[in-house]
Design a protein around this ligand. Structure first.
Ligand SMILES: Cc1ncc(COP(=O)(O)O)c(C=O)c1O
Length: 414
């Protein structure tokens, strides 16, 4: 249960008492469906003689419908979906894959899992992939795949991305871990590339603890992903799948990597997907309120979003300008003491959901990314549960404003 906010004077300071890391609850319908499965004991997605409750197959079907793609494959994690997307798109050991540098560790990790080498692309000041650097590196790196991560929900100019992919003959794989339900130019993220991947880890838009989904219109990619995910030749039980003859082309050559989603995870996800639009409206309301309030605080800049971007903000990013690293740390510690935990991508050490290319030392060659270092070194990240109220957002902004004022006061002391 999430605690209520109390905004009260403690040394005249606002204290935020709601737990920003608390997930949103699973809808009652999901709890009931999960209980039914627990009573039944058939938690594995495939039945042998008798079919299990087809929760995973139904979830895939509903997900494909939501997205408007022909096929969806539910797997055990978002990182697993990325790995399968790379494998089924033909990435082989030793290949190079273009990846934006502003992303989370499972993304270069999935490239490494496929035995390939990430070629990191710079991030710009609005947290998008730097399109000029992408164009340059696509031309000079022998990569044939772009794994585009919409990190923290920021979608770049997709007309330009698609144009660059066309010109350099790149296969586009979308990492939509932070953009389920988001659109660019009216088109859903996850429908631009040959394959798209989603995560259902607890802090994503729909939550089963662990889980991932791969979506595509390509029948061969879908059949291979189902076979790789570990369907024990029971793939006919899928509903959002290609015709059975497509599996005949691949079934002897596609290893089983055992990366299935369980029926239990799917049962929890189905009602969350059905209610997603309600959550999206709540996130947008909180984000818009907070962004306006924070843009009035000295040293804080929340970059403007393109009117073409319809984002689903389960978190908010801002840049701290004109502060040293020591001042940033002091500001963040003060916010923490007043109940608001903010992540910072500029930390020397990787910590709780933040890391940067400097921490991925398994990359064959260290990559020089001066622009990304500059942007990430000032980039902060605040989680937004969908349950935040207007009063919560006022209190959150007050904590940051007061911590910044405290910093300024400290700096002016002799
Ligand atoms: C940008 C991004 N992509 C992919 C993933 C992978 O998701 P999972 O944790 O489900 O493997 C994450 C997870 O946090 C992520 O943040």
């Amino acid at each position: 249960m999430v605690e209520a906010v109390s905004v009260g004077p403690r040394s005249n300071r606002t204290v935020f008492t709601k737990d920003l890391s608390a997930p949103d609850p699973v809808p009652e319908a999901g709890i009931e469906a999960a209980n039914q499965l627990l009573r039944d004991g058939r938690l594995f997605r495939y039945g042998e003689d008798r079919n299990s409750l087809p929760e995973a197959a139904l979830f895939e079907e509903e997900f494909a419908d939501y997205l408007g793609r022909r096929y969806a494959v539910a797997v055990n994690s978002g990182g697993g979906a990325l790995f399968l997307a790379l494998k089924t798109a033909g990435v082989a050991p030793g290949d190079k894959v273009l990846v934006n540098a502003f992303t989370l560790a499972p993304v270069p990790g999935a490239v490494a899992h496929a035995g390939a080498q990430p070629v990191l692309v710079e991030v710009d000041g609005s947290y998008h992939v730097d399109l000029e650097d992408l164009d340059r590196k696509a031309g000079g790196s022998e990569a044939s795949v772009l794994l585009l991560s919409y990190m923290r929900g920021h979608i770049p100019d997709m007309d330009r991305v698609l144009e660059i992919c066309r010109r350099h003959d790149l296969t586009l794989i979308e990492d939509c871990a932070h953009t389920l339900g988001a659109r660019w130019g009216g088109r859903l993220s996850g429908t631009f590339g040959e394959v798209s991947c989603f995560s259902c880890q607890t802090f994503k838009h729909i939550n089963s603890g662990e889980g991932g989904i791969l979506a595509t219109d390509d029948p061969d990619i879908a059949a291979k992903a189902i076979l790789h995910s570990g369907s024990y030749m029971l793939y006919a039980q899928h509903r959002a799948r290609p015709p059975l003859e497509v599996f005949e082309r691949h079934k002897y050559d596609t290893p089983n990597f055992s990366m299935r989603m369980s029926s239990l995870a799917a049962a929890l996800l189905r009602p969350q997907l059905a209610a997603l639009d309600v959550r999206i409206a709540a996130w947008r309301r909180s984000y818009d309120q907070l962004a306006a309030l924070l843009n009035r605080v000295d040293h804080i800049v929340v970059p403007a979003r393109s009117p073409k971007e319809d984002f689903v903000p389960s978190s908010l990013q801002f840049t701290l300008t004109g502060l040293s690293d020591a001042e940033i740390l002091s500001f963040l510690e003060d916010c923490d003491r007043h109940g608001v935990h903010i992540k910072w991508f500029g930390r020397a050490e990787p910590l709780g959901f933040t890391s940067s290319h400097r921490h991925w030392r398994y990359l064959a060659e260290p990559q020089e990314l001066p622009r990304s270092d500059g942007v990430l070194g000032r980039l902060c990240d605040l989680r937004l549960p969908a349950s935040l109220t207007e009063a919560d957002c006022d209190a959150l902004a007050a904590v940051l404003r007061e911590s910044m004022a405290q910093l300024a006061e400290g700096a002016s002391m002799p």
